[in-house]
Design a binder for this molecule. Structure first.
Ligand SMILES: *[C@@H]1O[C@H](CO)[C@@H](O)[C@H](O)[C@H]1NC(C)=O
Ligand SMILES: *[C@@H]1O[C@H](CO)[C@@H](O)[C@H](O)[C@H]1NC(C)=O
Ligand SMILES: *[C@@H]1O[C@H](CO)[C@@H](O)[C@H](O)[C@H]1NC(C)=O
Ligand SMILES: *[C@@H]1O[C@H](CO)[C@@H](O)[C@H](O)[C@H]1NC(C)=O
Ligand SMILES: *[C@@H]1O[C@H](CO)[C@@H](O)[C@H](O)[C@H]1NC(C)=O
Ligand SMILES: *[C@@H]1O[C@H](CO)[C@@H](O)[C@H](O)[C@H]1NC(C)=O
Ligand SMILES: *[C@@H]1O[C@H](CO)[C@@H](O)[C@H](O)[C@H]1NC(C)=O
Ligand SMILES: *[C@@H]1O[C@H](CO)[C@@H](O)[C@H](O)[C@H]1NC(C)=O
Ligand SMILES: *[C@@H]1O[C@H](CO)[C@@H](O)[C@H](O)[C@H]1NC(C)=O
Ligand SMILES: *[C@@H]1O[C@H](CO)[C@@H](O)[C@H](O)[C@H]1NC(C)=O
Ligand SMILES: *[C@@H]1O[C@H](CO)[C@@H](O)[C@H](O)[C@H]1NC(C)=O
Ligand SMILES: *[C@@H]1O[C@H](CO)[C@@H](O)[C@H](O)[C@H]1NC(C)=O
Length: 474
């Protein structure tokens, strides 16, 4: 295995933001006290659910590949709108996005599931397309899956006067423009009068399928501004609004304020060959997603607040940030930051979109060393990543949250996504050091898809809690 010149195998596992890389978190969360109820009471079954129906065709261009991995997480409030804040996030698998069918004003779109941003948007017909540095290019270059939303064809559309939308994602992709209200339905859940940004300006690295994002994070993570001119968006004129699920709760469309996500682990064969995969998991509303789970592992923890000067409680929440008790693997007892993750000083976001886990450096290093043969820290395209032979023995790994250990399948720890000079496939570890991620600020950790393949995550954004439940091995 020659690791000196690793090449992406169709798609890489890197998350490199072209151009400059910025701080994802405008301010850091205070470690609020852990509220654990372990084991939790049984969650209700979800009355509404929808499959992740499509997998994006393998992206050809490197930049697209990288953006697939980076996701489309939102720019943080408090950051300058339009600044290149990088939040990991939108549903990306190694090379795919988790897509959900959504109907807006009677028009169908395939949207990226994103627990890391809060706006649910689609471009409007006639939008102008730009490249990432802002030069106009033909609309087809943005490569959305549709020509966009046609305001005139919706019977339920109403404009939202005197405001605008403006967001730049970690990939440098940006969208901006006017905003409306319309009826949105997903998985049988229908909300009316939902705020829907309808950008008429887009710089987007599309794939011919997806046409926007369904954002499930908190109101303060939305990107609406009290100005008709999106170029003048500032923190001062930011006006938070209720994201889709918050509207559903207010309209009493769900009895229980849960949305629940089960992301399926694709097989290596699917990763390599499938352009379409109808079985990538479930997004459910009103209860827990219906996949086999070990109910006795169900554990509920409080979402941590962000430190801020906000006066309203909701303004203290942006993403699903939770306390980690410990990381457990052979040798972890010798690593203080693994034994007691509070020692890492950081914060950990549950991000159903980012491909791999990004954990404190000393913990990731000790885990890499426990592989047989050990994983090596390797510089690839300017990034330090732990790589291992794909036939390496994977040490068992679990993450304790709210007193409950959630184990990860070994298949989620060795991802066959790069090739070496000889064309041999090399594996990237599914758990990486936070330091390996230039797009993430120090002490900003996350559990990504590789973790979420093993659990059902049920979010309660109203009471600011998250319930994790171990899935039956599959
Ligand atoms: C999503 O929409 C596409 C295109 O209409 C359809 O082929 C697919 O079956 C839908 N998926 C689900 C889960 O409804
Ligand atoms: C939109 O999707 C719904 C539900 O899948 C389907 O019944 C309807 O025919 C679709 N409409 C169009 C215009 O494709
Ligand atoms: C955008 O287009 C301009 C003009 O063609 C070009 O100079 C610039 O390099 C392009 N930027 C990107 C990111 O492709
Ligand atoms: C919608 O109708 C308005 C007014 O008739 C028109 O100017 C606009 O081009 C139409 N938009 C689309 C997308 O057809
Ligand atoms: C929007 O702004 C215009 C111009 O300032 C004003 O006349 C109008 O009343 C505003 N509309 C709403 C709904 O606030
Ligand atoms: C938006 O700006 C207008 C004009 O400055 C002001 O009258 C209005 O109160 C603002 N609304 C909000 C929600 O900040
Ligand atoms: C978004 O807002 C920023 C200012 O915060 C501005 O520089 C940028 O041009 C705006 N983007 C668009 C597409 O209007
Ligand atoms: C949960 O139940 C499974 C069998 O359903 C059992 O093997 C496991 O030990 C139980 N775990 C706990 C923490 O009780
Ligand atoms: C909070 O307020 C203090 C004092 O006004 C200020 O120095 C600080 O920058 C503010 N912090 C944030 C995150 O806005
Ligand atoms: C973990 O470390 C933090 C910070 O030093 C400390 O406050 C806490 O008591 C420790 N927890 C355990 C279980 O040792
Ligand atoms: C956490 O913060 C303490 C106090 O600032 C510092 O001594 C320690 O090195 C930090 N730990 C890590 C892992 O960054
Ligand atoms: C593991 O794969 C490497 C090539 O990547 C090969 O040299 C080695 O023999 C394999 N080991 C086993 C035990 O199969």
């Amino acid at each position: 295995m020659n690791l000196t010149s690793l090449l992406p195998l169709a798609l890489t596992l890197l998350c490199i933001v072209p151009g400059h890389i910025a701080n994802p978190a405008p301010h850091y969360p205070a470690l609020s006290p852990l509220v654990a109820r372990s084991p939790g009471g049984a969650l209700p079954a979800a009355p509404y659910s929808v499959g992740f129906s499509r997998k994006v065709p393998r992206r050809k261009e490197k930049i697209n590949a990288l953006s697939a991995l980076c996701g489309h997480g939102g720019s943080g409030h408090g950051a300058k709108p339009g600044s290149q804040t990088t939040v990991p996030l939108a549903g990306s698998n190694f090379d795919s996005d988790y897509l959900v069918n959504v109907t807006i004003g009677g028009q169908n779109f395939s949207l990226i599931l994103d627990s890391g941003s809060a706006d649910t948007w689609v471009p409007q017909q006639g939008f102008q397309c730009f490249n990432l540095t802002g030069s106009p290019v033909p609309p087809a270059t943005c490569n959305f899956g549709t020509t966009g939303f046609n305001v005139n064809e919706s019977k339920t559309f109403e404009p939202f006067p005197n405001v605008s939308f403006n967001i730049t994602y970690g990939t440098s992709e940006f969208v901006a423009g006017p905003v409306g209200f319309d009826t949105v339905s997903v998985g049988g859940l229908e909300v009316s009068q939902q705020v829907v940004p309808l950008p008429n300006v887009a710089a987007w690295l599309g794939d011919g399928i997806l046409s926007g994002i369904i954002g499930l994070a908190f109101p303060d993570e939305t990107s609406l501004f009290n100005t008709t001119e999106p170029t003048t968006a500032t923190k001062q004129n930011h006006i938070p609004y209720d994201p889709l699920f918050f509207t559903a709760v207010k309209q009493k469309k769900v009895k229980h304020p849960f949305f629940s996500i089960a992301l399926n682990r694709p097989t290596p064969d699917q990763e390599e060959h499938d352009a379409y995969d109808p079985n990538l998991g479930i997004l459910a509303f009103g209860g827990i997603a219906d996949v086999p789970v070990l109910h006795n592992t169900s554990t509920t923890v409080a979402v941590q607040e962000f430190t801020s000067n906000a006066t309203k409680a909701d303004e203290k929440f942006f993403w699903y940030t939770i306390p980690i008790d410990s990381y457990n693997f052979p040798g972890s007892k010798n690593v203080p930051e693994a034994r007691n993750a509070s020692l890492g000083n950081g914060t950990t976001i549950l991000d159903t979109g980012t491909a791999v886990n990004r954990i404190p450096g000393p913990v990731a290093a000790a885990y890499a060393a426990a592989f047989d043969p050990p994983a090596e820290l390797t510089s690839i395209a300017g990034l330090s990543l732990y790589l291992a032979q794909c036939n390496a023995t994977v040490p068992p790994f679990s993450v304790t949250i709210g007193g409950q250990a959630f184990s990860m399948d070994p298949r989620d720890q060795l991802l066959p996504v790069v090739t070496d000079e000889q064309g041999d496939v090399v594996c990237v570890l599914g758990t990486q050091a936070q330091q390996g991620a230039p797009d993430l600020s120090k002490d900003f950790h996350l559990l990504g898809d590789t973790f979420f393949h093993n659990v059902v995550t049920t979010f309660n954004p109203i009471d600011k809690e998250v319930t994790l439940t171990q899935r039956v091995a599959y």
